[in-house]
Write a protein that binds this ligand. Structure first.
Ligand SMILES: NC(=O)C1=CN([C@@H]2O[C@H](COP(=O)(O)OP(=O)(O)OC[C@H]3O[C@@H](n4cnc5c(N)ncnc54)[C@H](O)[C@@H]3O)[C@@H](O)[C@H]2O)[C@@H](O)CC1
Ligand SMILES: [K+]
Length: 517
């Protein structure tokens, strides 16, 4: 599990060490970690250090100092380094060390911004040390102008020649939210100190951060609750339930599916296919015979009927995908949601959620659907606002409904009504295609069915039992994302082919788990 801590908590964890006179030690550890990552990236890019050039953007605070000390280390390895001082104030000792090692400095105030930008764009590496955890709001003033100019001179990240490495975080992102309010220099890599910060995992902040490296500088974060968590492969693997010798189809977990309609039969077929590939004892399908016939073309093992939820004994339910203009499906959705069993609620069924439910009800909206869920509870928010601050609004929806909320997007956000937050960035943009969400709901539904009666699941991955369903949803997002990336190796993702990849990802995860034991 990757734990992210709020900027405030990381600073609080630093405070006793700084009070004990260890501030400089922390800074040197941070600078050394940053230097190490830059070195590795230069090597990977085949550029080495001797004769390479670096531009250090150094702000007024300790973030600028970390960057200058990293610059000092690069200078001692033969890199030619220039520091652009973006503020009147600068950490005196760090600047002194940088200059003594042979670095040149330029004050941004009064300099020609486009000249500086051209110089930065032509360098081998740019270190962004303008703002760190002490930032309030986006970049302002001349520092904002400089970043905009470097961005324009260097071009989009994929086409740039200069590597950009962010010190602690890309300057200008919301440390705790990932909100990007002004110009931000998108980084190839971010080297963050002490612990990941939520803004590096969420939404636009995660996009700007690039590859994330966490450098241990010796902070004790145990007293603080993580502000966000990301499941790693090992966590998803630990959740998977492997059938034992005494298992049979009913004990492995039965997933009831009330999805699809005459208008949208395909959604049900995709969800069922994904659920079977994730691994369940049985899928019981409830819905129109014509939809069942489509499901049976690909998955004859699905057991279909047209009855009510009460007559289809299951361990968990999946309701909503493609269920449009169908009163029977609406009734089934309501019955499943109020059954007390874990239930994944997608698309058409989101409007059937009563005022208050429990965390075993997992809503899987995209931003537009979340807007509706919130509006129905008196919280007005534009879709664009939800996309800019997805974690904030997912948490609000979880709080307002009592449900677990999985918000789909570039990063998948899972908010538990307890306030726990999971963020998964496993997916590929190739998964942004029709039907993708149906397969995600099928995977989460299958995991829920197999774990519904597994009392040890929360403990296996070290989460509070009240947050189990959020972790299950996050694991579903991880499997879905990895399956999508696997499929994308063959070309654009065809969602109906995804079950093969889902099964392969489950097999890989279990193999990694076996090797780790
Ligand atoms: N204290 C320490 O010894 C350690 C500090 N660390 C580094 O220190 C950083 C935090 O340092 P600081 O607390 O000095 O904060 P920053 O380095 O983030 O700088 C904050 C300063 O920038 C200015 N500022 C804030 N928002 C601005 C905006 N939107 N536009 C322009 N200027 C703005 C303010 O003057 C503020 O004092 C961390 O991110 C990390 O890089 C780490 O190295 C760990 C150890
Ligand atoms: K920074």
């Amino acid at each position: 599990m990757l734990n992210a801590f709020s900027g405030g908590d990381v600073r609080a964890a630093e405070a006793p060490l700084i009070d004990a006179g260890q501030g400089d030690t922390l800074m040197q550890r941070a600078a050394h970690g940053l230097f190490g990552v830059v070195l590795g990236l230069l090597r990977d890019a085949g550029r080495g250090t001797y004769g390479a050039t670096a531009v250090v953007l150094a702000g007024s605070g300790n973030n600028g100092a970390d960057a200058l000390y990293a610059g000092e280390r690069l200078l001692r390895r033969g890199v030619g380094a220039t520091a652009v001082l973006t503020s009147e104030r600068v950490h005196a000792d760090a600047l002194d060390a940088f200059v003594r090692a042979g670095g040149t400095t330029v004050r941004l105030d009064g300099a020609d911004v486009s000249d500086l930008a051209a110089h930065a764009a032509a360098a081998d590496v740019v270190i962004d040390g303008i703002l760190g955890t002490g930032a309030s709001g986006g970049l302002r003033g001349t520092a904002a102008d400089l970043v905009r100019a470097i961005d324009a001179a260097a071009g989009p990240r994929a086409a740039r020649s200069a590597l950009v490495v962010a010190c602690d975080l890309p300057s200008g992102i919301g440390v705790d939210t990932g909100l990007v309010q002004g110009p931000v220099l998108a980084a190839d890599a971010t080297v963050t100190f002490g612990a990941a910060k939520p803004g590096l995992l969420i939404g636009d902040g995660a996009v700007a951060a690039g590859q994330l490296h966490v450098v241990d500088i010796g902070l004790d974060l145990a007293p603080f609750p993580p502000a966000a968590r990301t499941l790693l492969d090992a966590d998803a693997a630990a959740l998977l339930r492997v059938p034992g010798a005494r298992d049979h189809k009913y004990s492995r977990g039965v997933l009831g599916v009330a999805a699809g309609s005459i208008r949208y039969p395909g959604a049900a077929a995709l969800a069922v296919g994904a659920a079977l590939a994730t691994g369940v004892g049985m899928v019981r399908y409830l819905g129109p015979p014509a939809v069942a016939a489509l499901i049976h073309q690909r998955n004859p093992e699905a057991v279909a009927s047209t009855g009510p939820v009460a007559e289809a004994r299951s361990q968990a339910w999946l309701v909503g995908p493609g269920a449009v203009d169908d009163d029977d499906q609406r009734t089934r959705a309501r019955d499943a949601i109020t059954s007390g069993l874990p239930v994944v609620v997608d698309a058409g069924a989101l409007t059937e959620v009563p005022e208050r439910v429990g965390p075993q009800v997992i809503l899987t909206p995209h931003a537009g659907e979340l807007r509706e869920v919130l509006a129905a509870r008196g919280v007005e928010a534009e879709r664009s606002a939800i996309e800019a601050e997805p974690a904030h609004f997912a948490l609000r929806a979880a709080e307002a409904t009592g449900a677990t909320v999985l918000l789909k997007g570039f990063t998948t956000i899972v908010a538990a009504p307890s306030g726990a937050l999971f963020v998964q960035a496993d997916a590929t943009p190739w998964l942004a295609t029709a039907g993708s969400g149906d397969t995600l709901s099928g995977i989460v539904g299958a995991l829920a069915a197999t774990l519904a009666e597994d009392d040890g699941a929360a403990e296996r991955i070290g989460v509070d039992p009240v947050d189990l369903w959020a972790a299950v949803a996050a694991a579903g997002a991880l499997i879905h994302g990895r399956a999508g990336r696997r499929a994308a190796r063959r070309g654009p993702v065809v969602v109906s082919d995804l079950p093969g990849d889902i099964g392969a990802v489950v097999a890989d995860l279990l193999e990694e788990r076996r090797l780790a034991m």
